[in-house]
Write a protein that binds this ligand. Structure first.
Ligand code: NAD
Ligand code: UD1
Length: 331
């Protein structure tokens, strides 16, 4: 198939491009490179020995997207492009609503115009808000605490409404838990913009000596050791989850959690990283971070039963692969 991957130069998109190319698909990436570099495309090509077709274009500009669809017979779209920093979204809500919502609307509109009926969307476990765990797809969505999360919940609703009005559409909404790790080649991985917000990239930068000490945000949660528990998922498992979703698309909107179903605390992740990479990480316990949940992990049976997909890589793989990429990353 000819798959258009929006945001394909980014962290999750680039790994998914590798999986798609390895499955024999043709990949057309559209990315404005606002949070990525063209070099990633070269690296995808190097890993797979294939060639991605690349367009530097902004999805908020509908006419540009129209031109791309007119040049290629697109069979399906995987829509990763979006801004994702929770903190920045609180400071600049307009930027987030505009970028994330207008991009989704434009892409869906162009799909309708060209009769492209297969659509996979990147959502987030953040849409569950402070709901019960494990998070199961049938839960009612609670308001999230930030504009970023709201753009995901809104995009989900937009896709549901458009799909109700157009029964030919097949939409898969994938709610990611906490993606970490990198491709085993060490060529592609997560490159945070400035000081990382998320735990794993922060840990790898402490390990590299770029940052002196890790701050553990609170040890007084009602969890096994008092620190926050998350469902970390290897980015290559996530990539393979997209291929499975694409292969299983059926008419209507279908929502799947992509996680491992297992929770790991901050202290457990630190210990696993130290063991896997024979490195000591210095850390200190500090205050809780505003807006953090005690615990989040996925109920994964729907993805297994309907997509035949299950995460295969463990915490050790995640820690080793994340560190290999950080060591190789010359920035
Ligand atoms: P990323 O920032 O690495 O990749 C997103 C890509 O989209 C970047 O290359 C960026 O340049 C591009 N982009 C942004 N706005 C664009 C626009 N208007 N037009 C064209 N390109 C644009 O992020 P990621 O971690 O790979 O996340 C991919 C998707 O998954 C995002 O939608 C994100 O919200 C969602 N998600 C990510 C996580 C996570 O922890 N990484 C968790 C849940 C959901
Ligand atoms: C964060 C976002 C969430 C987003 C997700 C994936 C917030 C409040 N939430 O979630 O919306 O979907 O990333 O991109 O920003 N931790 C530390 N020290 C650190 C960093 C994190 O102790 O320096 C802890 C956190 O308190 C948490 C765990 O590590 O318990 C994981 O944090 P993080 O990687 O930021 O992910 P989330 O909090 O799940």
């Amino acid at each position: 198939m000819n798959i258009l991957v929006s945001g394909g130069a980014g962290y999750i998109g680039s790994h998914t491009c590798v999986s798609l190319l390895e499955e024999g698909h043709q990949v057309i990436v559209v990315d404005n490179l606002s949070n990525s570099k063209y070099e990633v495309i070269d690296r995808i090509n190097k890993i797979t020995n294939r060639n991605v077709i690349f367009y530097k274009a902004d999805l908020t500009e509908k006419d540009l997207i129209d031109v791309i669809f007119s040049k290629h017979a697109i069979d399906a779209v995987i829509h990763f492009a979006g801004l994702k920093s929770v903190g920045e979204s609180v400071e600049k809500p307009l930027k987030y609503y505009h970028n994330n919502i207008v991009s989704t609307l434009n892409l869906v509109r162009v799909c309708q115009n060209y009769g492209v009926n297969k659509f996979v969307f990147s959502s987030s476990a953040t849409v569950y808000g402070n709901n019960q765990v494990p998070s199961v797809e049938t839960l009612n969505l609670l308001p999230t605490t930030n504009p970023y999360g709201e753009t995901k919940a809104m995009s989900e609703r937009i896709l549901k409404d458009i799909s109700s009005a157009n029964p030919e559409l097949s939409v898969s909404i994938l709610r990611y838990f906490n993606p970490v790790g990198a491709h085993t080649s060490g060529l592609i991985g997560e490159v945070p913009n400035g000081i990382p917000n998320n735990l794993m990239p922060y840990m790898t930068q402490v390990a590299k000596g770029k940052i002196e000490k890790l701050k553990v945000f609170g040890n007084d949660y009602l969890t096994s050791d008092g620190t926050g528990v998350r469902d970390y998922i290897h980015v290559m498992d996530l990539a393979e989850g997209h291929v499975a979703a694409l292969n299983s698309l059926t008419k209507g909107v279908h929502i799947y959690n992509l996680g491992t179903g297992r929770g790991t605390s901050v202290l457990e992740l630190i210990e696993a990283f130290e063991k896997a990479n024979s490195i000591k990480l210095s850390y200190e316990i500090v205050e809780r971070r505003a807006g953090d949940l005690a615990e989040s992990y996925a109920e994964t049976s729907k993805a297994f039963e309907e997509l035949g997909w299950v995460a295969k890589r463990d915490i050790v793989d995640m820690c080793k692969d994340a560190w290999r990429f950080e060591k190789n990353n010359l920035e």
